[in-house]
Design a binder for this molecule. Structure first.
Ligand code: ADP
Ligand code: ZN
Length: 429
């Protein structure tokens, strides 16, 4: 473990640490961020009135639009001279939001990532190929700093140029790959086309994040690469990657609770839910200086797991993200997450893990079409086999989604490959 004292801290000690840091954070934003002073005043919350962790629930939520309304720097809690780095969200769901880091924030960030990369199997002996895009996006810089901290040799490849990625991976004997799961899948495909085999590379671990993936996708990544695949989670508003990450037991992502307090709420009512209940993840940052956020609504749907993990870490874990509430499609009144479709498709024979969901309007009625690539185009010659496969996918989708969807099987390599976050949904409505 990178930081055994924190990672195995007893619950009462962790809660005491959290309370102390929460009080300090509320005081800081109250005094330095006009937006928060007003919000807290309106809610009747003063920094002195925070006496226990339960008092967190008296604080109003912060949402992405609050950041957008104060774009770019309006929620910063320190003067610009103390900011040493600026990043932004990927802009998946609209105008990007901007975040700033103090020197202490960069230290905290790399500390959090160092813990998760070690939990995922990486050590100072590893050669780590980072295939996240370097830039305003936090993914590459975050993993870079954490892996550097544990002493790994970093190859800052950035994303794209996939054949070169494979060549470097072979020549430099990379043992760790950092990327989105969808890009890792595409890289595996290119590797096979280049005639490079698993025995030609030295890869041992895949550290995947920045987008969701199902257990079925993990299984594909592990077998195609011959690695242990773990995932980690974060978002630019909160720090970037480093909020949480899986250990090699893959029992959910360990949250860095000395820096982030997690809650799960009912996204409709805002009511705080019990451990184990599914809802929207809300995070309060308690150590960040540049742009601390109180009860930030992540829009990511998951649940919290409090039981101690076999690895010995005592932190609360979060389950794989089911999807963003933004990604949830409502089709003829039925809620559909792309991840549900992924888990159906990836369990089927003869199809590749590349798919898209197309939603359209047929008159007044929503229609869902699932487009998925065949593993091998020879199947296209057998109408009866094709029809049978289509039928069985349709049936499975019906059972899992409770919805009739059209299935379109296409030639291999017709769906656009992604170098970063995959685009799974085309909404034509
Ligand atoms: P954007 O919100 O514009 O995509 P970010 O690059 O900050 O900007 O991405 C944060 C989001 O990425 C999270 O809110 C979440 O939806 C997604 N994400 C990150 N890691 C994971 C993960 N391990 N599983 C599922 N989703 C993830
Ligand atoms: Zn663990």
């Amino acid at each position: 473990m990178w930081n055994k004292a924190i990672e195995t801290m007893r619950r009462p000690d962790m809660e005491a640490l959290q309370l102390e840091r929460l009080k300090a954070t509320v005081g800081r934003v109250y005094n330095n961020v006009p937006f928060y002073r007003k919000r807290l005043d309106d809610a009747g919350v003063t920094p002195e009135s925070i006496k226990s962790l339960k008092d967190l629930q008296r604080i109003p939520f912060t949402v992405k639009n609050d950041l957008r309304d104060h774009y770019p720097f309006g929620l910063f809690a320190v003067p610009m001279k103390d900011i040493v780095r600026i990043h932004a969200s990927s802009g998946t769901t609209g105008k990007p939001t901007t975040v700033g880091y103090t020197r202490a924030d960069l230290e905290m960030w790399s500390e959090c990532v160092a813990r998760l990369v070690m939990a995922a199997g990486a050590t100072g002996d590893d050669v780590a190929q980072i295939a996240f895009g370097y830039g305003l996006f936090t993914g590459a810089f975050g993993l870079h700093a954490g892996l550097e901290k544990v002493g790994a040799a970093i190859i800052p490849m950035s994303s794209g140029n996939t054949e070169k990625q494979i060549m470097i991976m072979q020549d430099y004997k990379s043992t760790v790959l950092v990327s989105t799961p969808s890009y890792a899948l595409y890289m595996a495909e290119v590797m096979a086309e280049m005639g490079v085999k698993q025995s030609d590379i030295a890869l041992k671990y895949g550290l995947f994040g920045a987008e969701g993936s199902t257990e079925e996708m993990r299984a594909q990544l592990e077998s195609r690469w011959g690695i242990i695949a773990t995932e980690n989670y974060g978002m630019s508003e909160l720090v970037g990657p480093g909020v949480s990450g899986e250990c090699i037991h893959k029992t959910g992502m360990h949250i860095n609770e000395d820096c982030f307090i997690p809650e799960i709420i009912n996204p409709e009512t805002g009511e705080v839910l019990e451990y184990g209940e599914k809802g929207e993840l809300v995070i309060t940052t308690i150590l960040k200086e540049g742009i601390p956020l109180l009860r930030y609504r992540t829009k990511d749907i998951t649940r919290l797991i409090p039981e101690v993990c076999p690895c010995g870490r005592t932190s609360i874990r979060m389950e794989k993200i089911q999807g963003r509430s933004d990604d949830m499609l409502i089709i003829r009144g039925v809620n559909v997450f792309p991840s549900q479709v992924e888990s159906v498709l990836l369990g089927m024979p003869h199809i590749s893990p590349h798919y898209q969901l197309e939603v359209s309007k047929n008159g007044f009625v929503d229609a869902l079409k699932v487009i998925v690539e065949l593993e091998d185009s020879s199947l296209l010659e057998s109408f009866s086999q094709l029809e049978a496969l289509e039928k069985s996918i349709r049936h499975k989708l019906q059972v899992v989604l409770g919805l009739d969807a059209r299935v379109q099987l296409t030639e291999p390599k017709t769906i656009e490959r992604s170098m970063g976050k995959a685009k799974r949904v085309i909404d034509l409505r």
